[in-house]
Write a protein that binds this ligand. Sequence first.
Ligand code: NI
Length: 136
Amino acid sequence: MVYLTRVEQFNAAHKLQNKAWSDEKNKEVFGKCANENWHGHNYELHVTIKGEPDAETGFLYNARTLGDLIKDVIVEKADHRNLNLDVDFMQGKFTSAENFAIGIWDELKPHIEKGNVQLHCIKLIETPKIYVEYYG
Ligand code: NI
């Protein structure tokens, strides 16, 4: 079993807010992510797949094809957009890094898993100090 990771970057705005809570409680729990007038993150997305290399190419997956797929399915929807308002698969969800990673997994999985190639991990870096990993 070999693992291959493709890294892509994009920038997006969001806001974390529980409408059932007061402004004070939202600020206390979500910090800067509760800012009323939105704010942005420079996201770095690591998509790791696993399987056995192809006998004819030595590749698990063509890394450029994987990059194009991530761009088509995720980056085109999220880059320079508002995660709360613009990204279809995040509608009605808290746009935390955790939920965003799960959403990215659900979007990518049906496109990636063919033959013996499986999606292994979505790692989403939200800030230099915070990232999440989702293994399905
Ligand atoms: Ni934030």
